[in-house]
Each structure stands twice: as structure tokens, then as C-alpha cells.
Design a binder for this molecule. Structure first.
Ligand code: 5GP
Ligand code: ZN
Length: 136
């Protein structure tokens, strides 16, 4: 628990939220400023800022939970397509420094933009791929 963290306060019930799922490890709630109708955030109860800080235990459980919640959301909000998005750090668009996964329903007309694809970059060589490979 980080006393300055808004998501820790929500988990601690000091701030209200519209909960769609809760267990001893996670809370999932409606986003207060949704990208699209039904947008949900899954928040691990342990305070970790980014994926790199999150425990392997929570990291390995969260996608299974995302799948369960998405299936329920699809029945309620009548969508088939969705994005799972997770921002790490300011430059990447993270505004709340407590790890969370965005579950974003997609509709035929919506305003979600992700990235613009670029030409392949020849300076990112097989050698660099091998360097990463050797560190994983
Ligand atoms: P980020 O930009 O860090 O990836 O996403 C943070 C998300 O948290 C945003 O989509 C924002 O709307 C949501 N958010 C921020 N404060 C609150 C809050 O007090 N309650 C809820 N339910 N969502 C919040
Ligand atoms: Zn926190």
C-alpha cells in the first residue's frame, strides 16, 4: 500500500469505484474516463508501478483474469473486438503509477488510436535481436 496512490486508496475502499471483480489479489473496476463504453481496469492489489516491478505470480495470473472479465463484458456490452493495453512510464502514457491492465471494448465507430506503423528500421539488426535473446 502506497498512501499517495489513488489505486491503493480505491483498493482500500477510501475512494469509491464501480467494481466488476474482486478477489484477494486483484480488483477490476470501470474506468472513470473510459476510452469506450464498458472500459475496465484490472488492478493488482500489490502496489507495483510497472510490469517490471510486478511479481511473477500476479503477472502470470492477470491475463487469465482478463480473459474471464472480457467474456463477461462481451455479454453485457454487445461487442466482439477489444484491446488489452498496459502503459508503463510517463512517455508510454502511464498516468497512474500503480500497474493496471486496460480492457477496452472496440466498436465499429470509436476514437481509440494506438500507433502509426513505420518502415522496418535496418539499424535494429539480428545482432541486436540476439543480444536481447541472450538476456531473456
Ligand atoms: P494510464 O494512463 O495510467 O494507463 O491509465 C490510468 C487510467 O486510470 C485512466 O484511463 C483513467 O481514466 C483511470 N483513472 C484515473 N483515476 C481514476 C479513478 O479515480 N477511478 C477510476 N475508476 N479510474 C481512474
Ligand atoms: Zn498503489
Amino acid at each position: 500500500m502506497d498512501s499517495n496512490c489513488i489505486f491503493c486508496k480505491i483498493i482500500n475502499k477510501e475512494i469509491p469505484s464501480k467494481v466488476v471483480y474482486e478477489d484477494s489479489d486483484f480488483l477490476a473496476m470501470l474506468d472513470i474516463a473510459p476510452a469506450t463504453k464498458g472500459h475496465v481496469l484490472i488492478v493488482p492489489k500489490e502496489h507495483a508501478e510497472t510490469l517490471s516491478d510486478l511479481s511473477d505470480d500476479k503477472a502470470s495470473k492477470i491475463l487469465v483474469l482478463a480473459k474471464k472479465i472480457i467474456v463477461a463484458m462481451q455479454k453485457v456490452h454487445n461487442f466482439t473486438d477489444y484491446n488489452i493495453i498496459q502503459n508503463n512510464g510517463r512517455i508510454a502514457g502511464q498516468s497512474v503509477n500503480h500497474f493496471h491492465l486496460h480492457l477496452i471494448p472496440r466498436y465499429s465507430v470509436d476514437e481509440v488510436g494506438l500507433w502509426v506503423p513505420h518502415e522496418d528500421d535496418p539499424s535494429v539488426t539480428e545482432e541486436l535481436a540476439a543480444k536481447v535473446r541472450n538476456l531473456v
